[in-house]
Design a protein around this ligand. Structure first.
Ligand SMILES: Nc1nc2c(ncn2[C@@H]2O[C@H](COP(=O)(O)OP(=O)(O)OP(=O)(O)O)[C@@H](O)[C@H]2O)c(=O)[nH]1
Ligand SMILES: [Mg+2]
Length: 474
């Protein structure tokens, strides 16, 4: 039997939002106007194409006091109470929504009662709770605070204790993966018969999440390998303006890298089922800064000390004979391109270009300009930090949430700081793996690369899991 839960409550309390977040389905209709949901709609939760759970969205109570009054007449009819009530009042326009919302209950669904815990408990809420008690179905209350006020929480909990098997605070806008799991776990306790099926649901959820994390780690590794080995080349033809060519290649290079990064981010976004709404990063996120912008390189990646540890400042880039635009990317990303060209030009003369020419097997006498591959391990860390930050945002962007709040304080909380997001803070052993991976890529050493890749994959899946389980979400 597939467990079904009906999400029930007063109009506009956030029922549809809670459902959307729980089921990770952004097709659920949410609106600031009360009465948005007028018909029951069932949302199956599928894992690997198999339905494991279903949630049913319902309209808000219309006339709970009258329902309560009429229900008394059927008291003592056990499981038939709701069916008989519905049969008697289905055509009564005053109870239209009430009959509709009780439909899933009549067929045996469990109840998740949603209230906005930021407002006081009223008598009409007590009438709704009593109606739900009379249904005799297993029920849990969910406190979804739409506002910041917490003074009423104790009263709500007190009211629930009398009529519900369990209650939980669950915020439709801010609930994380970990909180979704906790809510599902708590549902187990409201009815013994559901313990077995819900155990399966919880373990299927966890397995599915782990599979998404594995897939994310693959996407990240592909992004790193692709960006770190990427280069663009152009031939210096007689009479061509060399500086213009360099600038063009540099632009081509950065444009292509940005595109690769955006694509990886989009892949992660769709893995986590954000399909309909145009997910925007919070206004204050560092991710709004361009990948090649000074701010990005100041705030993300390795700090100076970690750079020294990583050996990134060893001067290897210069020694290897890399052209100036390349060095510009590695060391002087913040200097103007003209400045970078001047400095490195003085350092290296034309030597690097001829080296490259020979290496590339282009006929003698021809010169080529090459931009990339970037030779700084810092680049790996910047890409890593940005993708991990993006991941943290996307997994903590609850599906029931459709935009950012006006409230400044709430906006400020939106950049996640879960441990592991800044790769610069990883352990020395993990940083060593990054360095080895980077070097293996640079040297084209497939054997070493395979080993380093495996190690990095392990670190990444561990990091993704710890970000998912952290409660320091968006
Ligand atoms: N700030 C905030 N707003 C919320 C939260 N949950 C819901 N809302 C907003 O409250 C409004 C109503 O949300 P819905 O989920 O449509 O409420 P509902 O109970 O399904 O409403 P009806 O279908 O009309 O009965 C929407 O504008 C939501 O964005 C929350 O946790 N925080
Ligand atoms: Mg609704």
């Amino acid at each position: 039997m597939i467990p079904e839960f009906a999400i029930i409550g007063h109009p506009n309390e956030g029922k549809s939002s809670v459902l959307s977040t729980l089921a990770e389905d952004d097709s659920v209709r949410v609106s600031p106007t009360p009465g948005e949901t007028t018909e029951c709609r069932t949302f199956p939760v599928l894992i690997d194409g198999v339905e494991i759970l279903r949630f049913t969205d319902t309209p808000g109570f219309q006339n709970p006091r009258r329902v309560l009054h009429e229900l008394q007449a059927f008291a003592g009819r056990g499981p038939d109470t709701i069916r008989l009530f519905r049969e008697s009042f289905l055509t009564d326009p005053e109870l239209r929504d009430d009959c509709e919302l009780l439909l899933p209950v009549a067929r045996g669904a469990g109840i998740i009662y949603v209230v906005d815990g930021s407002r006081p408990v009223r008598n009409i809420d007590r009438a709704e709770m009593e109606v739900l008690r009379l249904t005799g179905r297993p029920r849990m209350a969910v406190i979804n605070c739409k506002g910041e006020e917490t003074a009423h929480l104790a009263d709500w909990k007190d009211a629930f204790r009398k009529t519900f098997n369990s209650n939980r605070v669950f915020n439709a806008h801010r609930a994380t993966y970990a909180e979704r799991i906790l809510l599902l776990e708590a549902l187990k306790s409201i009815d013994q018969d559901w313990q077995g099926p819900l155990d399966l649901v919880v373990s299927a959820f966890k397995k599915d999440w782990a599979a998404r994390n594995d897939r994310t780690a693959d996407i990240i590794l592909n992004l790193l390998a692709d960006c770190l080995s990427f280069k663009v080349m152009g031939e210096i033809l007689p009479g061509c303006d060399e500086n213009m060519l360099r600038k063009k290649l540099h632009d081509d290079y950065t444009k292509a890298i940005r595109k690769k990064e955006t694509l990886a981010h989009l892949q992660i976004r769709s893995l986590f089922k954000h399909n309909i709404f145009n997910y925007d990063l919070p206004p204050c996120s560092i991710l709004h800064e361009d990948l090649f912008n000074e701010k990005t390189w100041q705030f993300l990646g390795l700090g100076k000390r970690q750079m020294a540890v990583a050996g990134a400042l060893s001067g290897a880039a210069v020694g290897a004979g890399i052209d100036l635009a390349h060095v510009g990317l590695s060391f002087g990303i913040f200097t103007t391109l003209g400045g970078a060209i001047g400095t490195v030009g003085a350092l290296m003369g034309g030597r690097s270009l001829s080296t490259k020419t020979r290496l590339l097997g282009v006929g003698l006498g021809k010169e080529q300009v090459q931009v990339g591959p970037n030779d700084s391990v810092q680049f790996l860390h910047i890409l890593l930090d940005r993708v991990l930050l993006f991941y943290a945002h996307i997994i903590n962007w609850a599906h029931g949430r459709r935009d950012y709040p006006e409230n400044r304080a709430e906006v400020e909380r939106t950049e996640p700081f879960a441990p592991g997001i800044r790769s610069g803070h990883w352990s020395a052993a993990s940083l060593k793996v990054c360095r080895e991976y980077f070097r293996a890529l640079r040297d084209g050493d497939d054997g070493k690369r395979e080993i380093a890749e495996k190690n990095l994959l392990k670190i990444l899946t561990g990091t993704l899991l710890s970000i998912s389980e952290s409660d320091d979400g968006g």
